[in-house]
Every structure is written in structure tokens, then in C-alpha cells.
Design a protein around this ligand. Structure first.
Ligand code: GLP
Length: 264
């Protein structure tokens, strides 16, 4: 696991956008096969998406040959609801870049047969060639996508019941009322994320400090599903000084030293 530490969220967000764009460009230079990208929602990736939009408009990267799959969606929330992850993604990314509409995949939380929807999603990811890079965030309790604590680290796309904690954290998007947050979601599994060739996780602010401590230094455990990243050959956490603040001083120094050595 690599941990990239930046002074603040803005710098971490820019780092991630430039990294993703470089990976898209690198593959485009080698092959005509599409770049398969996993995407996340939440307040965390917004600045990364803004920089990717700027780069597309400046001709520094193109999403014309990118196929994307979002990680999750609420169950039963109308697609046109402003807080659906469909609305979020169009508002903060898709409406402003050149990714063809047919390349965009988001789980349908209103499917009549949610099990079939989840199975079809896994098949579509496979048919696209599997993920080149998965961009994710992390919940305050260490959940990745909507893989709440005690989700199997070998889980695949499925329906999940949200914890009360998550509904309370996400209530800020629903007028402050946890009861207004849908009780269930469709989510890719931990193993779906970890099947990607590369995983990049964004985590900014002191609210994410416990999650990062557990994920980086704790045992690999279903208690903190991001900890599954410990078993991935190419996992990177991009964080800021606040979110890395709970790890041991020696861990912090090690991550800083590795980055300095590799950039020399
Ligand atoms: C939700 C999403 C996660 C996201 C998390 C953190 O639970 N399902 O994918 O990582 O929120 O959100 P934020 O970035 O707003 O802190």
C-alpha cells in the first residue's frame, strides 16, 4: 500500500486527478482498448472531478474511450432526486466531460429485481475487461463503497442495509433527517473494488482519521472494509495531514520517505 500525504484536501484532489488522467493517457498511447474506471460519490471526490473537467476542457485528457462504473446507489430513490448518485455524477462530472453516455454505468436502485441488477453489473464489468483503476472514498467507519462494517472482504455487488451511523452521516444531504436517507443501497463488493488492477482511495479531514488508522495499521478485517486494500498489490491512499493524523509517527515518516525517495 502506498500513502500519498498532501498538506490539504485541495492538493490531494489535484494529485489524484493528475494521476488518473496520466493513467488514461498512458493506456491510450498503448492500445485502443477502453480504460475501465470505477468511480465514487460523496463530498470527497468533488475537487478531483473538477480538475478532471478542467483537464478535459483543456485537451489534457479525454474520456471518449473511458468506460465507467459507479460503486453504489441508494435503493428506491428516484434517479432524478438531487441526492441520487445518478444526479450527483451528472452534476459533478458526466455533464461536463466527453465520456459517451453509453459508457456510463450506475447501478439501478429502482430495479424490480435488485439481485439480477447486481449480477448483471458484475457481468458488465467483466465484459468491459475489468477495472484498470478504481477511485473510491471512505466512510467515517472505514466503509468502502457501501460495504458497511462486517461486509465480507470477498463480497461482490449486492443489496446492503445501511448502518444507522451511515444514515446519520449522510443525513446532511437529506435535510438533516437520517430517516430520509434510504435504508438500503446497491453496492459493488469489497472484492469487486479489489479486482481492479489499481485502487486509489481519497480521504480528507480529521473525520476520516480513525478509518485511515484502522485501514492502514489495523488488522485486515471486515470491521473496517477499507482494510481489504492491504491485500491489494497496487493500492494507494491519498490523504491530507488531518486524515493521516492518527497513524503512528513512524508510519507517517515512512510514507513521506517513500514518496520523497521515489520522486528523487
Ligand atoms: C458514502 C458513499 C461512499 C463514500 C462515503 C464518504 O457512504 N457510499 O462511497 O466514500 O459516503 O462520503 P464523503 O466523501 O462525503 O465523506
Amino acid at each position: 500500500m502506498k500513502v500519498i500525504i498532501r498538506d490539504n484536501a485541495k492538493e490531494g484532489s489535484l494529485w489524484a486527478a493528475h494521476y488518473i488522467a496520466a493513467k488514461i493517457n498512458e493506456k491510450a498511447a498503448q492500445t485502443s482498448a477502453p480504460f475501465v474506471l470505477g468511480l465514487c460519490t460523496g463530498s470527497t471526490p468533488i475537487d478531483t472531478y473538477a480538475e478532471l473537467i478542467r483537464m478535459v476542457k483543456a485537451g489534457e485528457v479525454s474520456f471518449k474511450n473511458v468506460i465507467s462504473f459507479n460503486m453504489d446507489e441508494y435503493v428506491g430513490l428516484p434517479v432524478e432526486h438531487p441526492e441520487s448518485y445518478h444526479s450527483f455524477m451528472h452534476r459533478y462530472l458526466f455533464d461536463h466531460i466527453d465520456e459517451p453516455a453509453e459508457n456510463i454505468h450506475i447501478l439501478n436502485g429502482n430495479a424490480t429485481d435488485t439481485t439480477a441488477e447486481c449480477e448483471a453489473y458484475e457481468k458488465a464489468i467483466e465484459a468491459a475487461g475489468g477495472f484498470d483503476l478504481f477511485l473510491g472514498g471512505v466512510g467515517e467507519d472505514g466503509h468502502i463503497a457501501f460495504n458497511e462494517p462486517f461486509s465480507s472482504l470477498s463480497s461482490r455487488t449486492r443489496v446492503i442495509t445501511l448502518t444507522q451511523d451511515t444514515r446519520e452521516v449522510n443525513a446532511r444531504f437529506f435535510g438533516g433527517n437520517p430517516e430520509a436517507v434510504p435504508a438500503q443501497a446497491l453496492t459493488v463488493g469489497v472484492a469487486t473494488v479489489l479486482s481492479s488492477k489499481e485502487v486509489v482511495i481519497l480521504a480528507f479531514g480529521s473525520k476520516k482519521a480513525r478509518a485511515l488508522k484502522d485501514a492502514i495499521e489495523g488488522p485486515m478485517s471486515h470491521y473496517c472494509t477499507l482494510s481489504g486494500l492491504q491485500n491489494h498489490p497496487a493500492g494507494t491512499i491519498v490523504c491530507d495531514e488531518a486524515s493521516i493524523g492518527e497513524v503512528k509517527v513512524n508510519s507517517y515518516r515512512y510514507f513521506k520517505a517513500v514518496e520523497a525517495a521515489e520522486n528523487r
